[in-house]
Ligand binder design. Structure first.
Ligand code: HPA
Length: 248
């Protein structure tokens, strides 16, 4: 079964034939909402809306540990995380879709690990390549089959939110090598690795980052949702092709 985490612009997966919803409790509390089970092209899917079904949970308040734990309990073949980002690199313009290959964490005060039990031996994870490279490849192949243009690679900078960044912060992130900025990539990506999940992200550029492109003085927030809605049509098309190569 393939697991899909939907972000802003994808609180529901319209191509999913829903069979049931299930509330799952975890040792870390409740996930963002019930898990939605169903099929795409006859393949089993479980879907979770990261911000809740009504898009009410801000990025810093998402219970990432419960979300990933709940999905992990179902032993999914892969986890595809859909995210929205602000574009910093010149080619990451609004509406573009990108599969990042690296991440830098700027978040704070979030529950970011499962390995905090003082009674247990210290545990480290390898995080050199933060995303599952096989899952990234499957995403890129599916995009090709779906005839959707996708940018292969980029550094995702995970910021705390919920406010957007200042122009100076974006300059600093760019100096760090960040290509796109979002608020939910961490700790989600690291927790997925701690659980051994085959996890990759597909990101939609919702806006030019602060101070970039046409957003020299402000980011027009209303336009973000229009861009996201349009670009998610392409993402859904990719996901519909991806289920055929997921191997279920
Ligand atoms: N910054 C942070 N997160 C975002 C942005 C942004 O500009 N756009 C969409 N998510």
């Amino acid at each position: 079964m393939l697991a899909i985490i939907g972000g802003s612009g994808m609180t529901q997966l319209s191509c999913l034939e829903i069979s049931r919803r299930e509330v799952i409790r975890t040792p870390y509390g409740e996930p963002s909402g019930p898990l939605t089970f169903g099929k795409i092209n006859h393949h089993d899917i479980v879907f979770l809306a990261r911000h809740g079904l009504g898009h009410t949970i801000p990025p810093h308040a998402v219970n990432y540990r419960a979300n990933l734990w709940a999905l992990h309990s179902l032993k999914p073949t892969r986890v595809i995380a859909v995210a929205s980002v602000g574009g910093i690199r010149a080619d990451l313009t609004p509406g573009r879709v990108v599969v990042p290959d690296q991440i830098i964490d700027y978040t704070y005060s979030r529950k970011f690990t499962y390995f905090e039990d003082k009674e247990k031996p210290v545990t480290h994870i390898d995080f050199t390549l933060p995303y599952c490279m096989v899952t990234r490849g499957i995403l890129l192949d599916a995009a090709k089959q779906a005839n959707e243009e996708v940018i292969d690679g980029g550094v995702y900078g995970a910021t705390q939110g919920p406010r957007l960044e200042t122009a100076a912060e974006i300059n600093r992130l760019e100096g760090d090598g960040v290509d796109m900025v979002g608020m939910t990539g961490m700790p989600e990506t690291a927790l997925a690795r701690e659980l051994g999940l085959h996890y990759a992200t597909i990101a939609v550029v919702a806006n030019y980052a602060a101070g970039r492109g046409t957003n020299v003085y402000a980011i027009p927030l209303k336009e973000i949702y229009v861009v996201l809605e349009q670009a998610m049509v392409g993402v859904r098309n990719i996901l519909q092709h991806l289920v055929n190569c997921n191997g279920d």
